[in-house]
Structures are given as C-alpha cells and as structure tokens.
Write a protein of this length. Structure first.
Length: 235
C-alpha cells in the first residue's frame, strides 16, 4: 500500500508544489505515496462559504471554526482510518527525524493546515489532532509545514532513495550531525580533499567521519551532543 497523505487546506492549489519535483515527485509518479487535498471551504454551509470567525474573548485576527473543520476531517478521515491526524501548529511537538521515521513506517497521515490565528481548540480535542511544529517561528499557514513534513517522510519510504542505506548515516539518524562531504575535483581553490577519504581504508574513513561528526555536533549543537553522549553511556 502506498503511503497515503491527505492534506486539509484552504489553498489546495499549493499542492503538490515542490513535492511534485525531484525525489518526492518521482515517488509520487511511482505510486510509492499519494497525495489528496481537501478544500476546507467546501464544508462551509453559509452562502458566503466562510470558514472563520472572530476570536472569543476578543483580539486580532480570525479563528477557523470547529464545526466546519470537523466536517472536513470526518469526510477525509472516517473513524476507521488508521492514519494519524496531525495539525500543523507552532505549539506542536517539534518535528524531528525520529518522528519523521515513525510516520514513514505507518500507513500515511491526515494533515490539517491552519490559517489566520489558528483553529478552535475544541476541534483539536474532539478529533484527537496531534499538533506538530516545524520550528520556533510563526508561518502564515500550515501548508509549507505540511510540505516540509511530507518531504522528510517521503524520502524515507522504501524505494525512494534507491540503494542508499535509507539515510541511516545522515544528520540526526545517529543522534549526531553529519560529517563533511567532498567530491571531485581533488583540488578546489587550493583546498584538497582530506587524504584519508581517498586512502581506500574503510575502517579509517568510518572512524574519521565519526570523529568529525562528533566535533561538529559538539560545536554547533551542544544539546544534541549531550543527548547523544548520554545515550552512548547508557548503551
Ligand atoms: N496565532 C498562532 C499562529 C497562527 S499561524 C500562534 O500564535 O500560535 C497560522 C497557521 O500557520 C497555524 O494555525 C499553523 O497551522 C501554521 N503554522 C504557523 N507556524 C507554524 C510552525 N512553526 N509549524 C507548523 N505550523 C505552523
């Protein structure tokens, strides 16, 4: 079964967008995953087809109505649907590679994209939406977040990256940032490729890469480094 993604949005024309290109685009063509968009506005009932209203308690902006969003969700994802239901949200659990991998091993995802000031809290509770954030900044809508999430998930699906070791040595997979990469030419503006990488000694190359990965992680992301070292000590 292909990984089934359903995106609920007020801007379905944004999709597949960048997901239709390169790795994820080819995977879409090969039916490794599929993408359905649902126009939330189709579930509005008044003649203006409005989907939002002013925030209770006052304040700026508009809030997506729970009744309309619930109808859209129930249409896209009936109670029997095994897929997780996500809401892109700056308040959500930060998206990381472990969660990306977990999603990639499941049947798919239903992703709600917020707009305006966000969505009515009651529909989050009533439909069990898992809030997911792509970082500590505020976007104008959930669509780019959904694309980021899907791009990260799709590249891990079997058959998408070909013979690569499913990205196992990449940044975050081992708890460390990746070692530096080099390719030809052997000399670039006076800088040469570290000799060890052209030595053919696979043991030494692996050790060199691990040492560089540790160094870079410690310097750039002490939070990741400490977590990795603690994990290493326990295992
Ligand atoms: N008032 C809200 C922000 C709303 S931004 C707040 O302060 O929390 C509008 C929509 O963009 C959100 O409903 C969400 O779907 C999306 N969005 C904004 N920032 C995001 C982020 N960092 N990660 C994921 N989605 C985000």
């Amino acid at each position: 079964m292909p990984f089934a993604a359903t995106v609920l949005t007020l801007y379905p024309d944004m999709f597949p967008g960048p997901l239709g290109q390169s790795l994820s685009g080819r995977a879409l063509e090969k039916d490794i995953w599929n993408l359905e968009t649902v126009q939330i506005r189709d579930f509005a009932s008044d003649k203006h087809r409005s989907v939002d209203d002013t925030p209770a308690g006052g304040g700026a902006g508009m809030v997506l109505r729970p009744d309309i969003l619930a109808k859209a969700i129930d249409h896209a994802s009936p109670a029997s649907d095994q897929r997780p239901r996500l809401l892109m949200s700056p308040r959500g659990r930060p998206l990381d590679q472990a969660y990306v991998r977990q999603l990639s091993e499941g049947p798919g995802a239903v992703i709600v994209c917020g707009r305006f000031e966000g969505v009515d809290e009651r529909v989050i509770e009533a439909r069990g939406l898992v809030e997911v954030s792509i970082g500590d900044y505020v976007l104008s809508g959930g669509e780019l977040g959904a694309m980021v999430l899907l791009d990260a998930v799709v590249r891990l699906l079997p058959g998408v990256m070909g013979n690569r070791e499913s990205g196992e040595s990449e940044s975050f997979e081992m708890g460390l940032l990746e070692h530096p990469q080099y390719t030809r030419p052997q000399e670039f503006e006076g800088r040469t490729i570290p000799e060890i990488l052209t030595s053919g000694d696979h043991g030494k190359i692996a050790a060199w890469r691990k040492a560089r990965a540790e160094e870079i992680t410690q310097a750039r992301r002490p939070d990741l480094y400490d977590a990795w070292r603690d994990g290493d000590e326990k295992s």
